[in-house]
Ligand binder design. Structure first.
Ligand SMILES: [Fe+2]
Length: 390
């Protein structure tokens, strides 16, 4: 599976992951063969990229939250936010139902790590970001052992953490360039504005409303609006701060390309103690795969492998399939190794996007019959408890 920007798509390609529009509607389902019409439609709708199948590495990461639930939640949120921007009340009962749906899915799929590196267009981001933040917050709350009613409060507050942005001039929010001081000051009003909106809803706990107020506070006091210190910040807001930052870092923006989840985790770890509560970061990262399914990694002896499955409780030791020898030549025989069972093999690091693209291109050039890689050099992998897939 590979991700292509919409203008790189060609008729005949097979969609590997369901494409959803901003309204939460399914646009094209998984396994559909693309036609020229589909592609035109995607361009028209401003969909930035689509996952398509390739014959080289086709590994599907399991969904933490199903497309159906995501579609349901996103259409609920969209309706509620549209109504809110036209002066109506937030439909808190419907939103609470949505959060309950998310919780049910996350609880059901508790053993699935976040594997996805979704890259969305800017417009999609503004809309899907709160849902992602809510999902991350729910997972973290479960890891911290919160009772269910607290998880609902946390998930709902996280979903609405940026509601204060609706009070800010659209021209500032949509400005892709650098903001001047006055515009920055306006943006910094959104936490207090959000708190003032949410505190009026009886259906929402005051602590949930504080998520909106405090999600830009940092434990060292460097945050805003009040420069609170760690012990003064409510835990829901600390969780949402980590979730908000992580999702922002791994998403595409007009001013910056997305980081990989691997790099996103490094960013979080680098900011614990200064920005984030280290206990919250620890709880958060136990749910994120450092090497997502489908990512390419370099082993310490130079072999390249693709990650094919996660080990939930040993996340840095996934199941891999060796795809090149130590010289970068594609290997014909698939060789699967569970790193949890094989302590000798070390991961040297994850390939960046360009390196991964180069390897995949090399693989597509090498025909099945004359894959030049030297399998005999893979002795280390064949010995011990490794097994070839056959
Ligand atoms: Fe915010």
């Amino acid at each position: 599976m590979k991700r292509l920007y919409t203008d790189e798509l060609q008729a005949g390609m097979i969609v590997a992951r369901t494409v959803m529009g901003t309204e939460g509607r399914t646009l094209i389902t998984r396994n559909t063969e693309l036609t020229a019409n589909h592609i035109n439609k995607l361009v028209e709708l401003g969909i930035a990229s689509v996952f398509v199948k390739d014959n080289l590495i086709d590994i599907e990461a399991p969904d933490l939250v199903s497309d159906m639930v995501l579609a349901n939640v996103s259409s609920n949120l969209k309706n509620s936010l549209n109504a809110f921007s036209s002066g109506k009340e937030l439909e808190m009962t419907a939103l609470r139902k949505s959060v309950n749906l998310l919780i049910d899915e996350v609880v059901l799929n508790r053993n699935i790590l976040i594997q996805k590196e979704e890259i969305r267009s800017h417009d999609d981001y503004l809309f899907f970001h709160p849902i992602n933040v809510s999902i991350y917050a729910i997972m973290t709350g479960l890891t911290l052992g919160y009772p269910e009613s607290n998880i609902v409060d946390l998930g709902l507050g996280a979903l609405l953490h940026d509601i204060g942005m609706f009070t800010i001039d659209r021209s500032i929010i949509n400005n892709p360039g650098a903001l001047n001081q006055q515009e920055m000051d306006a943006i910094r009003e959104h936490p207090a504005a959000g708190f003032n909106i949410l505190r009026n809803y009886r259906e929402l706990s005051t602590t949930s409303a504080h998520i909106a107020y405090q999600h830009h506070e940092r434990v060292d006091g460097a945050g805003y609006p009040r420069g609170l210190l760690g012990k003064e910040i409510v835990e829901y807001a600390k969780i949402t701060a980590v979730a908000d930052t992580f999702d922002a870092v791994i998403s595409d923006h007009p001013y910056r390309k997305a980081y990989s989840t691997t790099d996103g985790l490094t960013v979080l770890k680098g900011l614990q103690n200064t920005y984030f509560d280290p206990e919250i970061v620890d709880a958060f990262i136990t749910n994120i795969a450092p090497y997502p399914i489908g990512s390419l990694i370099r082993l310490n002896d130079g072999f390249i492998a693709v990650v094919t499955a996660a080990n939930r409780f040993n996340m840095t030791r996934p199941v891999i399939e060796i795809i090149t020898d130590k010289h970068g030549n594609p290997i014909k025989t698939n060789l699967t190794v569970d790193l949890q069972q094989n302590g000798k093999i070390k991961i040297g690091g994850r390939l960046n996007k360009q390196e991964a693209a180069d390897i995949l291109e090399g693989m597509s050039r090498a025909k099945e019959d004359d894959m030049p890689g030297n399998i005999n050099e893979a002795g280390l992998y064949k010995s011990g408890r490794n097994f070839a897939k056959g």
